[in-house]
Design a protein around this ligand. Structure first.
Ligand code: GTR
Length: 409
């Protein structure tokens, strides 16, 4: 390309971006392809530099530092059966001992693999309330970590009544579509309440606390997903190159950060992750930083609190986190009744990450127009919105499975 043509192309791109920003009332939104020193990123090689810069930015200002894989970590497959769920699946239950000690912090992974597929890819879900909530299967270990009190928990422990309370049928659908399903409980990694970062895996890393970029709870959950992937890589029955990391809501924020920080995840599925997930803060709609940091002071690092009240002036925004996943595929799901998550802001997260996907030779999200209800649009970034409230429904899983077929088959 001649220098003239190149400059013309850059000008056209910048012009189109400015128009899009104005249309969406987002002038001033950070450009993923401009380095902090003002230079423009035009090659995949330069993007690697920008990516480093962005990872550093989000690690410092928002999600906090994460430790490396612990040297002494160990795994134990404590139960398995080739005849689970009426013969549909092979079940494995694995404990990850984070510091290699049986009385140290630990998490259980529940894995189902479809018997009719050899070495399948899988969905790795970060879940609420314990692995037993995902299946009626009586062989699943009842979680013994802290859980929030509620209908299926007493004295902050899950009860038998919690078995199969979420997505039992959906797990079978996932297996019937030829994918495995693995799940871990967020509370095994770090219980979801503010204790000053002492319990869960935080107890192993006191040096990562009492600092602005401390190891946060969302950081810990994302880190736990990577540790589950460490196990998966050792399991010869699973295709570790086809692992889609999934999370819903607060756990969608963590799954997004896991996909951004750990390039071994081949795909990210982000269901209604909202503020601190894929949603653009600058719109000033839905949950804001003040609400996030007040109700859940443990989710993000301490530095993030300095942006309270500055949502519409943020020097960074969540499309940049999505861009860290590029060119790997990501599917974003919203619900019309979930205005707290700001569906249009979630959609725009994908729109504004798209220039990075394009730079890396893919299409990103193939539209800048918000699609209609139940009318998913799918490129390297997929977006769907359905009627109903904040939830993960069979319809959502179907969209994610279609996306996996498109990219994994
Ligand atoms: C809400 C929170 C959201 C979302 C949600 C959830 O209370 O404000 O950011 O994460 O919880 O996790 O269900």
């Amino acid at each position: 390309m001649t220098a003239k043509k190149f400059i013309a192309l850059v000008c056209i791109t910048i012009g189109a971006n400015l128009t899009l920003h104005a249309q969406n009332n987002l002038s001033g939104l950070a450009d993923p392809l401009t380095m902090s020193n003002g230079s423009i990123v035009t090659t995949a090689k330069q993007w690697q530099q920008r990516r480093k810069e962005l990872l550093h930015l989000f690690t410092t200002e928002m999600y906090g530092q994460m430790p490396a894989r612990p040297a002494n970590m160990s795994f134990k497959v404590f139960e398995s059966s080739k005849n689970a769920l009426g013969g549909l699946a092979t079940r494995k239950q694995v404990t990850v001992f984070f510091n290699g000690k049986s009385d140290g912090p630990q998490m259980d992974i529940l894995i189902y693999l479809p018997n009719k597929v050899k070495k399948p890819g899988l969905i790795l879900q970060l879940g609420f309330n314990g692995n037993q909530t995902l299946s009626n299967d009586p062989a699943v270990k009842l979680n013994t970590s802290w859980v929030a009190n509620g209908k299926n928990a007493e004295n902050n422990k899950a009860t038998e009544a919690s078995r199969g309370t979420t997505s039992n049928k959906d797990v079978e659908m996932i297996l019937n579509r030829g994918y495995g399903f693995a799940t871990i409980y967020c509370g095994d990694i770090d219980p979801d309440f503010d204790d000053g970062f002492k319990n869960g895996v935080h107890s192993l890393y006191p040096e990562l606390q009492a600092r602005g970029d401390n190891f946060s709870t969302i950081g810990a959950w994302a880190w736990g997903l990577s540790r589950a992937l460490d196990y998966i890589e050792t399991d010869k029955d699973i295709n570790a190159k086809k692992v889609a990391v999934f999370g819903f809501s607060r756990l969608g924020k963590a799954a997004l950060w896991a996909g951004a920080t750990d390039t071994r995840f081949a795909m990210v599925l982000s269901n209604e992750s909202g503020a601190g997930g894929v949603r653009i803060f600058r719109r000033g709609k839905g949950e804001d930083i003040k609400q996030l940091c007040t109700a859940f002071p443990h989710w993000f690092d301490v530095n993030f609190r300095k942006y309270i009240g500055r949502d519409t002036m943020l020097p960074f925004d969540q499309h940049l986190v999505i861009s860290l996943i590029a060119p790997r595929p990501i599917a974003i799901g919203s619900a019309l009744g979930d205005q707290w998550s700001d569906p249009e802001g979630e959609f725009l997260g994908g729109v504004y990450a798209t220039p990075v996907y394009k730079l890396l030779g893919t299409d990103g999200l193939p539209t800048t127009q918000m699609p209609g209800i139940n009318d998913p649009i799918s490129g390297q970034i997929q977006y769907h919105i359905r009627p109903g409230n904040h939830n993960i429904l069979t319809y959502d899983w179907e969209q994610y499975l279609n996306f996996m077929d498109k990219h994994f088959k």
